[in-house]
Design a protein around this ligand. Sequence first.
Ligand SMILES: [Zn+2]
Length: 421
Amino acid sequence: MEYLSRILKHVTTTMPFKYHPLCSHLKISHLMFADDLLLFSKGDITSIMILLRAFATFSVATGLQMNTMKSNIYFNVVSSSLKADIMQVSGFSEGSLPFKYLGVPISAGRVPVKDYACLIEKVTDRIRGYAAKKLSYSGRLTLVNAVLTTLYTYWATIFIIPKGVLKKIDALCRNYLWDGSTEYMRVPLVGWEKWVHHVYMKGVHWHVYTPKATSLEWKTIYRVRQKFELAFSSSSQWLPSSHDYTPASGYNWIRKKQPVVNWEHTVWNSWSVPKHMFINWLITREALLLKDRIYHLGVSPDADCCLCGAATETHVHLFSQCVYTRRLMQLLSSKLKISLPAVNLLGWISSKSWAKVKKWVTIAWIQAVYYTIWIQRNSARINGCIMHPDAVIQHISSILNLRTMYWLKCTKRVSDETWIK
Ligand SMILES: [Zn+2]
Protein backbone atom coordinates (compact mmCIF):
# COMPACT_ATOMS: atom_id res chain seq x y z
CA MET A 1 0.00 0.00 0.00
CA GLU A 2 3.03 2.20 0.48
CA TYR A 3 3.59 1.78 -3.27
CA LEU A 4 0.03 2.95 -4.00
CA SER A 5 0.60 6.03 -1.84
CA ARG A 6 3.76 6.83 -3.81
CA ILE A 7 1.96 6.44 -7.17
CA LEU A 8 -0.91 8.66 -6.04
CA LYS A 9 1.48 11.28 -4.72
CA HIS A 10 3.33 11.24 -8.02
CA VAL A 11 0.26 11.56 -10.27
CA THR A 12 -1.41 14.22 -8.14
CA THR A 13 1.67 16.44 -8.26
CA THR A 14 2.76 15.91 -11.87
CA MET A 15 -0.60 15.70 -13.69
CA PRO A 16 -3.48 18.24 -13.96
CA PHE A 17 -5.16 16.73 -10.90
CA LYS A 18 -7.56 18.85 -8.86
CA TYR A 19 -7.93 18.09 -5.16
CA HIS A 20 -11.28 17.91 -3.39
CA PRO A 21 -11.90 21.52 -2.20
CA LEU A 22 -11.67 20.51 1.47
CA CYS A 23 -8.49 18.47 0.90
CA SER A 24 -6.55 20.93 -1.24
CA HIS A 25 -4.97 22.80 1.69
CA LEU A 26 -3.36 19.63 3.10
CA LYS A 27 -3.09 17.98 -0.35
CA ILE A 28 -4.93 14.81 0.65
CA SER A 29 -5.79 12.52 -2.26
CA HIS A 30 -6.48 9.31 -0.31
CA LEU A 31 -6.89 7.68 3.08
CA MET A 32 -6.41 4.00 3.75
CA PHE A 33 -6.49 1.54 6.57
CA ALA A 34 -5.76 -2.17 5.94
CA ASP A 35 -7.77 -2.94 2.77
CA ASP A 36 -10.13 0.04 3.06
CA LEU A 37 -9.27 2.82 0.62
CA LEU A 38 -10.86 6.24 0.19
CA LEU A 39 -9.89 8.37 -2.83
CA PHE A 40 -10.76 12.07 -2.94
CA SER A 41 -10.82 14.47 -5.87
CA LYS A 42 -12.71 17.41 -7.26
CA GLY A 43 -15.81 16.34 -9.17
CA ASP A 44 -14.31 16.44 -12.66
CA ILE A 45 -13.67 13.59 -15.07
CA THR A 46 -9.94 14.33 -15.59
CA SER A 47 -9.09 14.15 -11.86
CA ILE A 48 -11.10 10.95 -11.38
CA MET A 49 -9.46 9.30 -14.39
CA ILE A 50 -6.00 10.22 -13.05
CA LEU A 51 -6.83 8.49 -9.76
CA LEU A 52 -8.26 5.41 -11.49
CA ARG A 53 -5.28 5.12 -13.84
CA ALA A 54 -2.93 5.32 -10.86
CA PHE A 55 -4.88 2.52 -9.20
CA ALA A 56 -4.75 0.47 -12.43
CA THR A 57 -0.93 0.85 -12.46
CA PHE A 58 -0.86 -0.40 -8.88
CA SER A 59 -3.11 -3.37 -9.80
CA VAL A 60 -0.87 -4.40 -12.71
CA ALA A 61 2.25 -4.28 -10.51
CA THR A 62 0.82 -6.06 -7.47
CA GLY A 63 -2.06 -8.16 -8.80
CA LEU A 64 -4.39 -6.59 -6.22
CA GLN A 65 -7.76 -5.71 -7.78
CA MET A 66 -10.57 -3.59 -6.41
CA ASN A 67 -13.86 -5.29 -5.69
CA THR A 68 -16.34 -3.25 -7.75
CA MET A 69 -19.26 -4.89 -5.92
CA LYS A 70 -18.01 -3.39 -2.66
CA SER A 71 -16.84 -0.06 -4.09
CA ASN A 72 -18.93 3.07 -4.52
CA ILE A 73 -18.58 6.61 -5.68
CA TYR A 74 -20.02 9.47 -3.61
CA PHE A 75 -20.91 12.92 -4.89
CA ASN A 76 -21.58 16.20 -3.19
CA VAL A 77 -22.78 19.29 -5.09
CA VAL A 78 -22.23 17.82 -8.59
CA SER A 79 -24.69 18.40 -11.47
CA SER A 80 -26.69 15.35 -12.53
CA SER A 81 -25.30 15.38 -16.12
CA LEU A 82 -21.69 15.44 -14.86
CA LYS A 83 -22.58 12.75 -12.32
CA ALA A 84 -23.88 10.49 -15.11
CA ASP A 85 -20.72 11.07 -17.20
CA ILE A 86 -18.42 10.31 -14.24
CA MET A 87 -20.32 7.12 -13.40
CA GLN A 88 -20.13 5.99 -17.01
CA VAL A 89 -16.37 6.46 -17.36
CA SER A 90 -15.50 5.18 -13.87
CA GLY A 91 -17.86 2.20 -13.87
CA PHE A 92 -18.81 2.72 -10.23
CA SER A 93 -22.33 2.81 -8.91
CA GLU A 94 -23.35 5.76 -6.75
CA GLY A 95 -23.37 5.19 -2.99
CA SER A 96 -25.46 7.14 -0.53
CA LEU A 97 -24.13 9.11 2.39
CA PRO A 98 -23.46 8.44 5.19
CA PHE A 99 -21.29 5.34 4.80
CA LYS A 100 -19.17 3.74 7.46
CA TYR A 101 -15.39 3.98 7.67
CA LEU A 102 -13.44 2.66 10.69
CA GLY A 103 -16.75 2.13 12.50
CA VAL A 104 -18.05 5.69 12.25
CA PRO A 105 -20.50 7.24 9.76
CA ILE A 106 -18.93 9.51 7.14
CA SER A 107 -21.20 12.27 5.93
CA ALA A 108 -20.89 15.39 3.77
CA GLY A 109 -22.19 17.59 6.58
CA ARG A 110 -22.99 17.21 10.25
CA VAL A 111 -23.92 13.64 11.19
CA PRO A 112 -27.71 13.63 11.81
CA VAL A 113 -28.95 12.43 15.20
CA LYS A 114 -30.58 9.32 13.68
CA ASP A 115 -27.13 8.07 12.58
CA TYR A 116 -26.05 7.86 16.21
CA ALA A 117 -28.51 4.99 16.63
CA CYS A 118 -25.73 2.52 15.78
CA LEU A 119 -23.60 3.93 18.64
CA ILE A 120 -26.50 3.50 21.08
CA GLU A 121 -27.08 0.00 19.68
CA LYS A 122 -23.42 -0.85 20.20
CA VAL A 123 -23.58 0.19 23.87
CA THR A 124 -26.86 -1.74 24.30
CA ASP A 125 -25.35 -4.87 22.67
CA ARG A 126 -22.33 -4.75 24.96
CA ILE A 127 -24.59 -4.51 28.00
CA ARG A 128 -26.75 -7.41 26.81
CA GLY A 129 -23.62 -9.40 25.98
CA TYR A 130 -22.22 -9.37 29.48
CA ALA A 131 -23.17 -11.95 32.07
CA ALA A 132 -24.47 -8.80 33.70
CA LYS A 133 -26.43 -10.05 36.68
CA LYS A 134 -23.53 -12.16 37.86
CA LEU A 135 -21.21 -9.20 38.23
CA SER A 136 -20.87 -7.19 41.42
CA TYR A 137 -21.47 -3.42 41.46
CA SER A 138 -17.74 -2.77 41.32
CA GLY A 139 -17.44 -5.20 38.39
CA ARG A 140 -20.16 -3.35 36.51
CA LEU A 141 -18.59 0.00 37.35
CA THR A 142 -15.27 -1.23 35.93
CA LEU A 143 -17.00 -2.36 32.74
CA VAL A 144 -18.81 0.97 32.40
CA ASN A 145 -15.59 2.94 32.88
CA ALA A 146 -13.28 0.70 30.85
CA VAL A 147 -15.52 -0.44 27.99
CA LEU A 148 -18.78 1.47 27.56
CA THR A 149 -17.36 4.97 27.96
CA THR A 150 -14.49 4.20 25.55
CA LEU A 151 -17.06 3.42 22.85
CA TYR A 152 -18.45 6.93 22.76
CA THR A 153 -15.11 8.53 23.63
CA TYR A 154 -13.87 7.19 20.26
CA TRP A 155 -16.82 8.82 18.49
CA ALA A 156 -16.36 11.99 20.52
CA THR A 157 -12.80 12.36 19.18
CA ILE A 158 -14.30 12.64 15.67
CA PHE A 159 -17.74 14.25 16.09
CA ILE A 160 -19.47 16.57 18.50
CA ILE A 161 -21.98 14.12 19.94
CA PRO A 162 -25.46 15.68 20.48
CA LYS A 163 -26.55 16.19 24.06
CA GLY A 164 -29.56 13.86 23.66
CA VAL A 165 -27.36 10.97 22.52
CA LEU A 166 -24.99 11.48 25.46
CA LYS A 167 -27.95 11.53 27.86
CA LYS A 168 -29.26 8.29 26.38
CA ILE A 169 -25.86 6.56 26.72
CA ASP A 170 -25.54 7.95 30.23
CA ALA A 171 -28.94 6.45 31.09
CA LEU A 172 -27.90 3.07 29.62
CA CYS A 173 -24.70 3.03 31.68
CA ARG A 174 -26.60 4.08 34.81
CA ASN A 175 -29.26 1.39 34.30
CA TYR A 176 -26.56 -1.20 33.75
CA LEU A 177 -24.73 -0.14 36.90
CA TRP A 178 -27.81 -0.40 39.12
CA ASP A 179 -29.63 -3.31 37.55
CA GLY A 180 -27.27 -5.03 35.12
CA SER A 181 -29.65 -4.34 32.23
CA THR A 182 -30.53 -1.56 29.80
CA GLU A 183 -33.89 -0.81 31.46
CA TYR A 184 -34.25 0.28 35.06
CA MET A 185 -37.54 1.80 36.10
CA ARG A 186 -37.05 2.00 39.87
CA VAL A 187 -35.43 4.80 41.87
CA PRO A 188 -31.67 4.18 42.21
CA LEU A 189 -30.68 2.42 45.41
CA VAL A 190 -28.59 5.27 46.68
CA GLY A 191 -28.53 8.97 45.80
CA TRP A 192 -25.32 10.91 46.37
CA GLU A 193 -26.73 12.98 49.25
CA LYS A 194 -28.01 9.87 51.09
CA TRP A 195 -24.62 8.23 50.80
CA VAL A 196 -23.02 11.35 52.29
CA HIS A 197 -25.54 11.37 55.16
CA HIS A 198 -25.03 7.72 56.03
CA VAL A 199 -21.31 7.30 55.49
CA TYR A 200 -19.94 10.66 56.64
CA MET A 201 -22.48 12.59 58.67
CA LYS A 202 -24.42 9.69 60.22
CA GLY A 203 -27.63 11.69 60.60
CA VAL A 204 -26.05 14.83 62.09
CA HIS A 205 -27.26 18.13 60.57
CA TRP A 206 -24.78 19.66 58.10
CA HIS A 207 -24.64 22.98 60.03
CA VAL A 208 -23.43 21.36 63.25
CA TYR A 209 -21.40 18.54 61.67
CA THR A 210 -17.62 18.31 62.26
CA PRO A 211 -15.60 15.70 60.34
CA LYS A 212 -13.44 13.23 62.22
CA ALA A 213 -10.87 10.97 60.54
CA THR A 214 -11.89 11.21 56.90
CA SER A 215 -10.66 12.01 53.39
CA LEU A 216 -8.84 15.21 52.45
CA GLU A 217 -11.58 16.18 49.94
CA TRP A 218 -14.33 15.89 52.55
CA LYS A 219 -12.31 17.97 55.02
CA THR A 220 -11.84 20.60 52.28
CA ILE A 221 -15.61 20.76 51.72
CA TYR A 222 -16.03 21.23 55.47
CA ARG A 223 -13.45 24.04 55.54
CA VAL A 224 -15.34 25.84 52.73
CA ARG A 225 -18.53 25.61 54.79
CA GLN A 226 -16.69 27.16 57.74
CA LYS A 227 -15.47 30.03 55.54
CA PHE A 228 -19.00 30.75 54.34
CA GLU A 229 -20.32 30.55 57.90
CA LEU A 230 -17.74 32.98 59.24
CA ALA A 231 -18.21 35.46 56.39
CA PHE A 232 -22.00 35.35 56.83
CA SER A 233 -21.92 35.93 60.59
CA SER A 234 -19.64 38.99 60.20
CA SER A 235 -21.28 40.88 57.32
CA SER A 236 -22.97 38.53 54.85
CA GLN A 237 -19.99 39.02 52.54
CA TRP A 238 -21.02 36.47 49.99
CA LEU A 239 -24.63 37.58 49.62
CA PRO A 240 -25.24 39.84 46.61
CA SER A 241 -26.82 43.24 47.27
CA SER A 242 -30.24 41.90 46.29
CA HIS A 243 -29.86 39.31 49.12
CA ASP A 244 -30.89 36.57 46.73
CA TYR A 245 -28.15 34.01 46.97
CA THR A 246 -26.97 32.41 43.73
CA PRO A 247 -24.26 29.75 43.39
CA ALA A 248 -22.42 32.17 41.08
CA SER A 249 -22.24 34.89 43.73
CA GLY A 250 -20.93 32.40 46.32
CA TYR A 251 -18.41 30.98 43.87
CA ASN A 252 -17.11 34.40 42.82
CA TRP A 253 -16.74 35.42 46.45
CA ILE A 254 -14.76 32.31 47.46
CA ARG A 255 -12.44 32.18 44.44
CA LYS A 256 -11.74 35.94 44.41
CA LYS A 257 -11.11 37.73 41.16
CA GLN A 258 -7.86 36.52 39.64
CA PRO A 259 -5.53 38.88 37.78
CA VAL A 260 -5.58 38.54 33.98
CA VAL A 261 -2.58 36.52 32.80
CA ASN A 262 -0.58 37.38 29.70
CA TRP A 263 0.49 33.83 28.80
CA GLU A 264 -2.95 32.36 28.06
CA HIS A 265 -2.66 32.48 24.25
CA THR A 266 1.02 31.59 24.38
CA VAL A 267 0.47 28.39 26.34
CA TRP A 268 -2.63 27.31 24.44
CA ASN A 269 -2.21 27.53 20.69
CA SER A 270 -2.74 25.45 17.58
CA TRP A 271 0.94 25.10 16.70
CA SER A 272 2.50 23.22 19.60
CA VAL A 273 2.18 19.54 20.46
CA PRO A 274 -0.90 19.14 22.75
CA LYS A 275 0.92 17.17 25.48
CA HIS A 276 3.64 19.84 25.54
CA MET A 277 1.00 22.55 25.99
CA PHE A 278 -0.63 20.74 28.90
CA ILE A 279 2.64 20.32 30.84
CA ASN A 280 3.54 23.94 30.08
CA TRP A 281 0.21 25.07 31.46
CA LEU A 282 0.96 23.15 34.67
CA ILE A 283 4.42 24.75 34.78
CA THR A 284 3.01 28.28 34.47
CA ARG A 285 0.57 27.43 37.25
CA GLU A 286 3.48 25.93 39.28
CA ALA A 287 1.27 22.90 39.72
CA LEU A 288 3.64 20.03 38.93
CA LEU A 289 4.28 17.69 41.80
CA LEU A 290 7.97 18.50 42.31
CA LYS A 291 10.12 17.32 45.19
CA ASP A 292 9.70 20.49 47.24
CA ARG A 293 6.02 19.58 47.53
CA ILE A 294 6.27 15.82 47.88
CA TYR A 295 8.99 16.27 50.53
CA HIS A 296 6.55 18.29 52.65
CA LEU A 297 3.91 15.61 52.11
CA GLY A 298 6.37 13.09 53.53
CA VAL A 299 6.58 11.06 50.29
CA SER A 300 10.19 11.89 49.42
CA PRO A 301 13.14 11.59 51.88
CA ASP A 302 14.71 14.78 50.46
CA ALA A 303 13.81 17.79 48.29
CA ASP A 304 16.98 17.82 46.13
CA CYS A 305 16.71 18.43 42.38
CA CYS A 306 16.53 15.12 40.51
CA LEU A 307 18.67 16.47 37.65
CA CYS A 308 21.56 18.20 39.45
CA GLY A 309 21.06 17.39 43.15
CA ALA A 310 22.54 20.79 43.99
CA ALA A 311 19.43 22.70 45.08
CA THR A 312 15.84 22.29 46.23
CA GLU A 313 13.64 21.12 43.36
CA THR A 314 11.20 24.00 42.88
CA HIS A 315 9.55 25.18 39.64
CA VAL A 316 11.91 28.17 39.46
CA HIS A 317 14.98 25.97 39.94
CA LEU A 318 13.97 23.12 37.61
CA PHE A 319 12.80 25.28 34.71
CA SER A 320 15.28 28.17 34.85
CA GLN A 321 18.18 27.73 37.30
CA CYS A 322 19.14 24.06 37.04
CA VAL A 323 22.46 23.48 35.26
CA TYR A 324 20.78 20.93 32.91
CA THR A 325 18.05 23.43 31.96
CA ARG A 326 20.56 26.25 31.45
CA ARG A 327 22.57 24.06 29.07
CA LEU A 328 19.42 23.14 27.13
CA MET A 329 18.44 26.80 26.88
CA GLN A 330 21.93 27.68 25.59
CA LEU A 331 21.60 25.03 22.87
CA LEU A 332 18.07 26.19 22.04
CA SER A 333 19.22 29.79 21.91
CA SER A 334 21.98 28.95 19.39
CA LYS A 335 19.61 26.72 17.39
CA LEU A 336 16.92 29.41 17.10
CA LYS A 337 19.50 32.19 16.84
CA ILE A 338 17.56 34.14 19.46
CA SER A 339 18.80 35.46 22.79
CA LEU A 340 16.46 33.91 25.37
CA PRO A 341 15.95 35.38 28.87
CA ALA A 342 16.73 33.13 31.84
CA VAL A 343 13.27 33.29 33.43
CA ASN A 344 9.61 33.63 32.42
CA LEU A 345 10.18 32.68 28.79
CA LEU A 346 6.51 32.34 27.90
CA GLY A 347 5.69 35.73 29.46
CA TRP A 348 8.59 37.24 27.50
CA ILE A 349 7.27 35.86 24.21
CA SER A 350 3.75 37.11 24.93
CA SER A 351 5.01 40.65 25.35
CA LYS A 352 7.21 40.50 22.24
CA SER A 353 5.92 41.54 18.82
CA TRP A 354 7.45 39.72 15.89
CA ALA A 355 6.44 37.81 12.77
CA LYS A 356 3.63 35.35 13.49
CA VAL A 357 5.33 32.20 12.18
CA LYS A 358 8.62 32.97 13.92
CA LYS A 359 6.79 33.56 17.19
CA TRP A 360 4.90 30.27 17.08
CA VAL A 361 7.95 28.25 16.01
CA THR A 362 9.81 29.65 19.03
CA ILE A 363 6.89 28.88 21.35
CA ALA A 364 6.61 25.29 20.05
CA TRP A 365 10.34 24.77 20.64
CA ILE A 366 10.33 26.30 24.12
CA GLN A 367 7.29 24.23 25.10
CA ALA A 368 8.96 21.09 23.75
CA VAL A 369 12.12 21.85 25.78
CA TYR A 370 10.16 22.47 28.99
CA TYR A 371 8.19 19.27 28.40
CA THR A 372 11.41 17.30 27.86
CA ILE A 373 12.93 18.74 31.04
CA TRP A 374 9.92 17.38 32.92
CA ILE A 375 10.27 13.97 31.21
CA GLN A 376 14.03 13.85 31.90
CA ARG A 377 13.43 14.83 35.51
CA ASN A 378 11.02 11.88 35.86
CA SER A 379 13.47 9.57 34.12
CA ALA A 380 16.23 10.68 36.53
CA ARG A 381 13.95 10.04 39.50
CA ILE A 382 12.63 6.64 38.35
CA ASN A 383 15.38 5.16 36.15
CA GLY A 384 18.40 7.14 37.36
CA CYS A 385 19.38 8.22 33.82
CA ILE A 386 18.85 11.26 31.55
CA MET A 387 19.46 12.18 27.90
CA HIS A 388 22.43 14.34 26.98
CA PRO A 389 21.30 17.93 26.19
CA ASP A 390 22.59 17.61 22.57
CA ALA A 391 20.49 14.44 22.13
CA VAL A 392 17.46 16.25 23.59
CA ILE A 393 17.65 18.98 20.93
CA GLN A 394 17.97 16.33 18.19
CA HIS A 395 15.04 14.41 19.66
CA ILE A 396 12.82 17.53 19.74
CA SER A 397 13.90 18.34 16.20
CA SER A 398 12.62 14.94 15.04
CA ILE A 399 9.33 15.41 16.96
CA LEU A 400 8.75 18.84 15.39
CA ASN A 401 9.87 17.69 11.93
CA LEU A 402 6.37 17.42 10.43
CA ARG A 403 5.33 20.69 12.01
CA THR A 404 8.42 22.35 10.57
CA MET A 405 7.32 21.33 7.07
CA TYR A 406 3.92 22.89 7.75
CA TRP A 407 5.49 26.10 9.11
CA LEU A 408 7.56 26.39 5.94
CA LYS A 409 4.36 26.27 3.92
CA CYS A 410 2.69 28.93 6.09
CA THR A 411 5.45 31.49 6.04
CA LYS A 412 5.42 34.14 3.33
CA ARG A 413 8.73 35.84 4.19
CA VAL A 414 11.97 34.54 2.70
CA SER A 415 13.97 35.54 5.81
CA ASP A 416 11.63 33.51 8.06
CA GLU A 417 11.82 30.55 5.66
CA THR A 418 15.61 30.55 5.84
CA TRP A 419 15.45 30.86 9.62
CA ILE A 420 13.04 27.88 9.96
CA LYS A 421 15.22 25.74 7.68
ZN1 LIG B 1 18.76 21.07 39.32
